[in-house]
Design a binder for this molecule. Sequence first.
Ligand SMILES: C[S@@+](CC[C@H](N)C(=O)[O-])C[C@H]1O[C@@H](n2cnc3c(N)ncnc32)[C@H](O)[C@@H]1O
Length: 281
Amino acid sequence: MTGLDDDELDPTRRSWNIATRNHNAHKGDQAARLAAGEEILFEEELELLGELHGRRLVHLQCNAGQDSLCLARRGAEVTGVDLSDEAIAFAERLSADAGIPANFVRAEVVSWMQETALRFELAFSSYGAVGWLRDLGAWARGVARILEPGGRFVYVEFHPLVWSIGDTFVLDRDDYFAREPFVEPVGDYVADSADALGALDEPVPGVNDVAAPSWQHTFAEVLDALAQAGLRIERVREYPWANGCRVNRGLVREPGSRRWVWPEGVARTPLMFGVVARRDG
Ligand SMILES: C[S@@+](CC[C@H](N)C(=O)[O-])C[C@H]1O[C@@H](n2cnc3c(N)ncnc32)[C@H](O)[C@@H]1O
């Protein structure tokens, strides 16, 4: 099954409920922004996703649905899945208020993928997803199960190396090969990332006192889990920038974009990766 029991899932759900409220509190009238055509997706996921028009697409761990609705606006038939009640309720309201139809399901993603009768041409996940799941093998087998033959999974994620690098660029944060969970509240990274993540003005970070477990999964483990689940790895990318989220306080904003980049004179390592894996027909 998921590898997560109810005692573990409940703090995750509650912590994400609070974090989602905190994050959305910084973003003003999102329905009006979406209806006015604001694009939240980044070119990296759009390039890997390819044609969206008319595609049956599932957005795994979709949070409050902003990315899901941008995918729907590009013509995909979108189903978003997330554990957080707050996130799914917000996504449903946003869909109605912005006039962009999509389906949202509140569910534990691995169990849902193991049980659903739905099948998709495209599965998508991004930016802070598998770290909340303990069992990467079960996740990857679930992804393979919900894809139609010939279907593709696109995953764009912060590179797991990021969590090892301290703000002064020494390796004084998390062990890259850590096995034990990290247990801490979901932070207000939207406030820390300012307008790169859609925050208006100068937001004061919201409080969250519910600690939730998260896990380190190395880059090789993610690729290996997908391959072991029978998916064919078609494309792999590494990027020396972080989209939206200021994953390290030493990073600086690339002028005119929503990217965080290494400052001049610092040797770059990857800050994000992208993978496309296909279920062969
Ligand atoms: C960093 S957010 C992902 C953001 C997303 N890429 C977006 O489009 O906004 C991580 C999400 O994973 C969800 N999550 C955590 N554990 C989960 C689980 N076991 N099943 C389903 N969703 C889960 C959280 O509720 C949260 O919304």
